[in-house]
Write a protein that binds this ligand. Structure first.
Ligand code: SAM
Length: 250
């Protein structure tokens, strides 16, 4: 952060904290420290954001460009509305990921994809539309419009059963199942054998709102057995979850 830069300072207390200062006191003090070092400090509207979150045990400090933030204003971003061809709101997450991290740009033909936890079929629809021959794994029903798309195959079973029985190889595996981050990560590690060397996997890590950092650390440690972690971010359309892009070791 270059001295003289304009920064927006965001401070909040998370959980049951017992600090002897208020959020306002903390903001004033941190703003003074930044001002003394030559920064121009405001609350919003600057290209750089300094965030300080006080938890019961510690303070977490982050610096980011406002352009990379979930929202340009404290409190959140208005979500997009669904279009008629969409079959689930979950689609926004995968669409957004392809925009911010174009994992398959320039790769033609796209090849094969495996979608764990596919129903009702939003992610499968996006993958099929991009040109992947997509295997959708879910005990639940797929929307008939998705089933009718070229290259879509529905395996009406659980991810565990599919993994046990399958000898297929995929260019891309995606996973949007509602599962704890450690279980999801173990499944992705076990599924690496279904991925071609240097193939890509995308998983959401559903952390909820408690012990988020600990859960993410644990999940990354598990995933590191088979993958490089290329990208991890809470996207605008993620709620209490993180989207992670993994590349299988060669
Ligand atoms: C959030 S929804 C997925 C939405 C989907 N990505 C879309 O865009 O439409 C989670 C899905 O995971 C499925 N699921 C949960 N546990 C599963 C498992 N062990 N194996 C396969 N699917 C599972 C559920 O049936 C549910 O349909």
């Amino acid at each position: 952060m270059a001295s003289g830069a304009e920064v927006s300072l965001q401070i909040w207390l998370s959980g049951k904290t017992a600090y002897k200062f208020s959020q306002h006191d903390a903001w004033e003090r941190a703003a003074q420290v930044l001002t003394d070092r030559g920064y121009q400090v405001g609350r919003t509207g600057s290209p750089l954001v300094v965030s300080i979150c006080f938890t019961p045990k510690t303070a977490i400090v982050g610096v980011n460009r406002a352009a990379d933030s979930l929202s340009s204003w404290p409190g959140g971003e208005v979500r997009l509305s669904k279009t008629p061809e969409q079959v689930s709101r979950a689609e926004f997450k995968l669409e957004e990921l392809f925009k911010v991290y174009p994992i398959d740009e320039g790769i033609e033909p796209k090849g094969t994809a495996l979608d764990y936890g596919a129903a009702p079929g939003g992610w499968t629809r996006i993958l099929a539309t991009r040109g992947y021959a997509t295997t959708a794994v879910d005990p639940g029903d797929l929307d008939p419009r998705v089933l009718a798309l070229p290259g879509v195959r529905h395996e009406r079973t659980t991810a565990g059963n599919f993994l046990r029985d399958s000898t297929d190889r995929f260019d891309l595996i995606v996973n949007d199942m509602k599962m704890s981050p450690d279980r999801s990560s173990r499944l992705m590690v076990d599924s690496a054998r279904l991925l071609k060397p240097f193939g890509v996997a995308v998983t959401t890590l559903k952390t909820g709102t408690h012990h988020v950092l600990e859960q993410v650390d644990e999940a990354f440690a598990i995933l590191g057995a088979e993958y490089d972690i290329e990208f991890a971010r809470q996207l605008r359309h993620n709620r209490n979850e993180l989207t992670v892009v993994l590349r299988r070791f060669g």
